[in-house]
Each structure stands twice: as C-alpha cells, then as structure tokens.
Design a protein around this ligand. Structure first.
Ligand code: SAH
Ligand code: SF4
Ligand code: F3S
Length: 446
C-alpha cells in the first residue's frame, strides 16, 4: 500500500478534482493519508485566482522539499497554477516530479509511473482532445452526505480580471446521462445532497447522444427524480446565464435549495463594463427580484472585488448601495489582484493598496452585519436541517439549513444523511445552535 497526500487550495471544483485524483490513483495502490510526512506521493492542487493563492505553492514546495530529500517522496503540482505556470514551476522548483493541469487528471497514473521510473519531471498542461470525464472512474462511496459533482467546466466569459478562462480552458458541458449516472452513484454511496459544480454552472447546456440540448433547469428537474437525493445545489452562477427556466426551477422543484451564489463583483456600471461582466447593476437587481418572486424564501450570496483599476469612491459607494438593496445572507470579498496575462492588469489607474484595504473593511463590515442579521432572524424558527457528520463535541451532529447555515444539535450519529426539523435556539459567530423539537421521535434516540 502506498500513501497519498493531497493538499487542496482554491474553489470547490478543486475539492472535487482532488477526490477524482485519489480515485484514479487507487488502482495503483495509493491510499489517502492526512499528512505529507511519510507519504509516497504528495499532490498540491493549486489555485491561481489571486497572487496570494499562487504564491502559497512555492512556499509549500519549499517546506516539502526536505521530505523528498529524506524519504524520496514524489511531489506533484496540479490545478490552476500548474496550468498557468507549469514551466516556471519546473524552473523554480526543479525537484518537482509531476506538473499537470486540470484537464489532464486522467493521465495522472501514467505521469506518476513515468516519474517513478526516473525519467525526469513529467509535465502535462495540454488541453487534450479527449475529455478527462470519459476516462476518470465514476465517483464511489465515501464522498460524504453532501457531495460535489462537476457538470460544466471552463469559461468563455473572459472577465478582464480573471485567470480562469486561461487555466480551465473553454466552456464544456458534460452529457446529462453521465451526470445522472454519477449522481446515482453518489446517492448509492450515501450522499443526500449534491452540489452541481461549474465555473459558469448556469451556462450548462448538455446533450446526450441523439438527444436535445438541456439547460441547467431541465437537468436539475431530471436529477430531482433520483430517490434519496434530498437536496440539489449549484455553484457558481453568472448573472448573464440566469435564464427564465432556471428561475422557474426554483419555483417548481422542491429539492432545489432556495440559495443562490450569484457573483456581482461591483455595483457600478462603469466598473462592470470595464470588467466585461456583460450586465448592469439594474439588471442584477432585476434577476434577484425574479428569483425571489419564484421562491420567496430564497437567499443570496455573492462575490465582490474592491479596488478594480480606476474604481472611484463614488463607484465603491455604488457597490455598497447594491449590497443594501439586495441584502445578502453570505458573501466573499476580495481586493483586486492583478493577474499575469489578464487585460485588467495592464490598465492604468491601479488603486493604491491602502485604499483597497479601507474599502474592503467597509464592505466586509456591511456584509457581516447582513449575515448576522440573516442568521439572527432564524432564531426561534423550526427549519429542515440535513445532518452531515459528528460535531466538535461528543453527542453532537452538524448539518446545514436550506440556506447553507451550519447548525449543531445533540443527536446520535445515525442522524447522518437525514433531514430533520430543527428548532434554532441561538445564532453564534460561525454556526447556529439547534435542538430537535419534543414531538420528533428522532429525539428519543439522541
Ligand atoms: N466563475 C465565477 C467566479 C470564479 S473566481 C464567476 O464568474 O463569478 C471566484 C471569485 O474570485 C470571483 O467571483 C471574483 O470575485 C474573485 N476574483 C477573481 N479574479 C480576481 C482577481 N484578479 N482579484 C481579486 N479577486 C478575483
Ligand atoms: Fe472568471 Fe468571469 Fe469566467 Fe467567472 S465568468 S470564471 S469571473 S472569467
Ligand atoms: Fe482557483 Fe482555479 Fe478554482 S484559479 S478558484 S482553483 S478554477
């Protein structure tokens, strides 16, 4: 038995990809371990989205080098930094054995075998003609109660700040039949919730051999028929692709959770245009209104960038106005980070770091207040919670509300995979405290 350690950075698609890499290496005798010490193979699954994320790779490689020198641990770099900077990695860290981009994961066994034979570092950052999805094993058991499933990958939007179209390649949608097969396998393996993943997941347009093209709304309705699949989520959406059918799916498909991650980045039209986002602030607010009309309890989260080149005080204020107009349950916010090869990195009027810092602080304070308020409003209500795993304290389970809030409650481990009505008792900084109401028989076994 050989030991495999994978360290994952970046987005949920990387989490999914890491699990697939473990799957594809299992037949070669690799079993996952939690720490790099003592591992035969360490894979860093990297993220290139901001400078900080990308720099982590080189410091981590520096820390891993002694393991290689002492035990011969094989080192591999996968993910978006590998795709964008493969050659640079081999130049800066020549002791790395394998460098492979996100579209080459099905070739991992071959690359590892080649490196093991001592043929020098193996580099694979091509965008192959064949799809890795046709060559990766179907996901098995052990993906947890809440599992990820990639249905779409790549991006053709070319927002001027973003590296993803260069690291993940052109947009590609998997055939619905393959997705349904994988979803059924995940449910058979214990999943009760599936989050459909894509860089632009609502741009999904898959087709089976001889079949008609399906959008995301139709795909969700098809998956909702799978017995035992209690909850469906999807991320990340682009406002431009939020079509009427997807909005309607929120009204007619109970398994589709009332929570949408819909990045907007900015509330100022000039900035949105300079970002090449393809919509205005008013258009975004209109989509939000239509989603809420379809599903009144729908909650939203978003991504924001402060300090995009040329962003003025007034434009930043417009972003705060949009946040106040929507009211978000959650959000991620970032200082603009110039990325090599992207158009925005070449723009004049880069915003000084101190201004970005001040704007980020104000933005995050507003978003935090909205999130606290959203969580506080849950207190006293009875909400369906899908329990996923044991909590930090003994006798405790943690799960999620439909609105992606973490809940902990006193329950036996047999509650894993069940959706139980739960009374919310209190809202803490990171999670809600819940209890199963007296009338629920589940309480008796707790
Ligand atoms: N596909 C998604 C987002 C992918 S990246 C979408 O279209 O919205 C996740 C988030 O990282 C983005 O939404 C954006 O807010 C942030 N991000 C991307 N590039 C960035 C950069 N150069 N600097 C700062 N934040 C960035
Ligand atoms: Fe990046 Fe824009 Fe594509 Fe999202 S839509 S992945 S932000 S280029
Ligand atoms: Fe990062 Fe690549 Fe995901 S750049 S955010 S790991 S698509």
């Amino acid at each position: 038995m050989k030991k495999l350690h994978i360290k994952t950075y970046g987005c949920q698609m990387n989490v999914y990809d890491s699990a697939r890499m473990a799957d594809v290496l299992a037949p070669l005798g690799y079993a996952p371990v939690d720490a790099p010490e003592g591992a035969d193979l360490v894979i860093l699954n990297t993220c290139h989205i901001r400078e900080k994320a990308a720099e982590k790779v080189f410091s981590e490689l520096g820390r891993l080098r002694p393991l290689k020198d002492a035990n011969g641990t094989m080192l591999a770099v996968a993910g978006c930094v590998a795709q964008a900077e493969g050659e640079a990695i081999l130049a800066r860290a020549p002791y790395v054995d394998v460098v492979l981009g996100p579209q080459a994961y099905h070739r991992l066994p071959e690359l590892v075998a080649r490196a093991a034979r001592g043929g020098g570092a193996a580099l694979d950052t091509d965008f192959p003609v064949e799809s890795k999805f046709d060559h990766l094993p179907v996901p098995g058991a052990g993906q947890g109660v809440s599992a990820f499933l990639t249905i779409q990958e790549g991006c053709d939007k070319f927002c001027t700040f973003c590296v993803v179209p260069y690291t993940r390649g052109a947009e590609f949608s998997r055939p619905p039949a393959d997705i349904e097969r994988d979803a059924r396998a995940l449910v058979a393996g214990g999943a009760a919730e599936i989050t459909l993943l894509g860089q632009n997941v609502n741009a999904y347009h898959g087709r089976d051999a001889g079949g008609a093209e399906l959008g995301l709304g139709a795909l969700v309705r098809r998956l909702a028929k799978i017995d035992g699949l209690a909850r469906i989520r999807y991320t990340t959406s682009h406002p431009r692709d939020m079509d009427d059918d997807m909005i309607a799916a929120h009204a007619d498909t109970p398994a589709l959770m009332p929570f949408v991650h819909l990045p907007v980045q900015s509330g100022a039209n000039r900035v949105l245009e300079a970002m090449n986002r393809g919509h205005t602030a008013a258009r975004y607010l209109d989509i939000v209104a239509r989603l809420r009309a379809a599903r009144p309890d729908l909650a939203l989260s978003s991504d924001f960038i402060v300090g995009f080149p040329g962003e003025t005080d007034a434009e930043f204020e417009a972003t705060l106005d949009l946040i106040r107009a929507v009211g978000f349950a959650q959000a991620f916010s970032f200082k603009y980070s110039p990325r090599p090869g992207t158009p925005a990195s070449l723009l004049d009027r880069q915003v000084p770091e101190a201004v970005k810092d001040a704007r980020l602080q104000r933005l995050q304070a507003l978003l935090k207040a909205q999130q606290d308020d959203f969580n506080a409003r849950a207190v006293g209500a009875v909400v369906p919670v899908l329990y996923e795993r044991a909590g930090r304290n003994p006798g405790q389970m943690v799960g999620k509300t439909p609105w992606l809030q973490a809940v902990h409650a006193a329950l036996p481990e047999t509650a894993a995979g069940k959706v139980l009505p739960t009374r919310i008792l209190a809202a803490g900084a990171n999670s809600l405290a819940g209890a199963i109401p007296d009338s629920n028989p589940e309480r008796l076994s707790a």
